[in-house]
Design a protein around this ligand. Structure first.
Ligand SMILES: Nc1ncnc2c1ncn2[C@@H]1O[C@H](COP(=O)(O)OP(=O)(O)O)[C@@H](O)[C@H]1O
Ligand SMILES: [Mg+2]
Length: 510
């Protein structure tokens, strides 16, 4: 009699149930898998046959049967080795070698030839789908159990091998469902670089504090060795911690990408992604078929750092425009569109010119004027338009670098940022807006929430003229000034705030 058990397919970031039907008919041995399997699914034939034999069951070759496995729905592409367990159990059921009730149970796991179960990716998405679809029990490889147990309301049954799965299903072996105390992971977060390690650079640090508080993108320009990379690496340490909802969003992305560490199933640190400038558009934006998240989605809720930004391919840089605007990316395929979240702070660094020493007081620049112009044009107007804060990062003087003065620790800065973010959240919630940070304000919202007096307006008008800033700089100045006022816990934007915000525009960028 044909059997039917359930497994799961990952589509984009989410899972969908897959019915695994196994049918046996007498005759010559054959083993076929239908229902849009990829190469790895197709190879289940070899893995499953060997695992069945090595677990002490009668494999299909021996029983001289024609075995057909149908994975439904048929139009959904099935990837990877995660169907092995469901195929093996379906065969054992269909061939009468075991009896159990497959209803309300879902199975995921790769089989090795000796019958042991290997972990697979995308577990948290499967657990979430299984719970929502009313499955009661999720049977999976032991190494995936902690990750799955982050989702409550479904029994997570970790098994080591095929034999153990059968014994459990036949009621001959009890297995305690995996339970995880989330507090176990909520230990102190560790950061790669603390602001206290960075000497001097007070104004750059101030700009980073504003960027972190308002969620503003930031561009740093300066000579090599000035500490731009170091400053970027310290940015995660001043961002507020993620809440559980954010942590689960990020974890899902990493799970589907296969980047989750076994011992750390929940990601609590905000991501910091620093792709190389030779990266392809698919690697940065997301791609493949079916599509997988790219660097911008791996940076979701965290930071995307583009070091040496003008060295990136122009089309890669341009493709950042949509996600920077919308906080997500849609990748179109013939089978439909996939949307991945991509809400990140962009921090970009660049030298002033290809050799790095343009305008340097100590070293001569080796670039021609046309080289410099070409380099500076690499970041297009529309892209720069989405970067609210532009700063110069000069080299730190030796006295300061070697001096004893200890800088402020990230923890203290983070505390101020947390308060400023709460102020923003409360303001936008009271106004019925669906945004959280000042950087997300569009022009009508800027008009509503960034009222300034005539003196401040005059200040901006003058600076637009004297610094030759374009009109679009105006709105960015207002947004940044709003964040500066929030950091000072001031409901009004004062002229000082405007004056400071004006500094975060450099004429060369406009
Ligand atoms: N302000 C600073 N405080 C401490 N170390 C610094 C500072 N600026 C630069 N450095 C050190 O100098 C080196 C070069 O800095 P880096 O961040 O790579 O510069 P950039 O990215 O601007 O070329 C790093 O190893 C860093 O440790
Ligand atoms: Mg650098």
């Amino acid at each position: 009699m044909p059997s039917k058990v359930f497994s799961s397919a990952i589509v984009g970031l989410d899972a969908q149930p897959v019915e695994v039907e196994v049918d046996l008919i007498g005759g010559l041995y054959a083993f076929s898998i239908v229902g849009l399997p990829d190469k790895a699914v197709g190879e289940a034939r070899e893995r499953v046959s060997a695992a069945i034999k090595n677990s002490g069951f009668l494999p299909p070759q021996k029983s001289r049967q024609k075995l057909t496995v149908n994975l439904a729905p048929a139009d959904l592409k099935k990837e990877g080795a995660g169907y092995d367990l469901s195929i093996a159990l379906g065969y054992l059921l269909a061939s009468g070698q075991t009896i159990f009730e497959p209803k309300a149970k879902i199975f995921v796991g790769e089989l090795s030839l000796d019958g042991n179960l290997r972990p697979v990716w995308g577990i948290i998405s499967t657990a979430l789908m299984a719970k929502e679809q009313g499955f009661k029990t999720f049977i999976l490889p032991k190494e995936n159990a902690k990750e799955a147990s982050l989702i409550r309301g479904i029994a997570i049954i970790p098994v080591e091998n095929l034999k153990e799965a059968v014994l459990y299903l036949e009621g001959k072996k009890a297995i305690k469902p995996q339970e995880t105390d989330i507090n176990e992971f909520l230990s102190e977060l560790k950061y790669a670089v603390d602001m206290a390690f960075i000497k001097g650079q007070e104004s750059a640090k101030r700009a980073l504090e504003i960027a972190a508080a308002g969620g503003h993108n930031i561009l740093m320009t300066g000579p090599p060795g000035g500490g731009k990379t170091l400053l970027a690496k310290a940015l995660p340490s001043i961002l507020p911690k993620m809440n559980l909802k954010e942590a689960l969003e990020v974890t899902k992305i990493y799970s589907v990408s296969g980047f989750l560490k076994k011992d750390r199933p929940l990601i609590l640190e905000r991501p910091f992604r620093s792709p190389h400038h030779t990266s392809s558009e698919a690697a940065i934006i997301g791609g493949g078929n079916p599509p997988k998240p790219g660097e911008i989605s791996l940076a979701h809720r965290g930071i995307l750092f583009l070091d040496e930004a003008p060295e990136f391919h122009r089309d890669v840089l341009e493709s950042l425009r949509q996600p920077l605007e919308e906080g997500e990316i849609t990748v179109a395929r013939t089978k439909g569109a996939y949307t991945f979240p991509a809400e990140f702070i962009l921090i970009a660094a660049k030298n002033p010119c290809p050799c790095g020493y343009y305008d340097d007081p100590q070293r001569e620049c080796a670039c021609s004027p046309s080289q410099i112009a070409k380099y500076q044009k690499k970041l297009s107007g529309p892209l720069l338009d989405r970067i609210d804060i532009h700063i110069e990062v000069p080299r730190v003087e030796a006295d300061i670098l070697l001096g004893e003065k200890v800088a402020e620790e990230s923890e203290k800065i983070r505390e101020r940022i947390k308060i400023a973010r709460e102020i923003q959240e409360n303001r936008f919630m009271a106004g019925g807006e669906e945004i959280f940070t000042n950087s997300e304000m569009n022009i009508p919202k800027i008009k509503k929430y960034c009222q300034i007096d005539s003196f401040s307006l005059d200040l901006i008008r003058k600076s637009l003229k004297t610094r030759a800033l374009s009109a679009r700089a105006y709105h960015r100045i207002l947004k940044v000034a709003r964040t500066i006022a929030d950091l000072a816990d001031s409901s009004d934007i004062k002229s000082d705030n405007i004056a400071e915000a004006i500094q975060y525009r450099t004429r060369k960028e406009e």
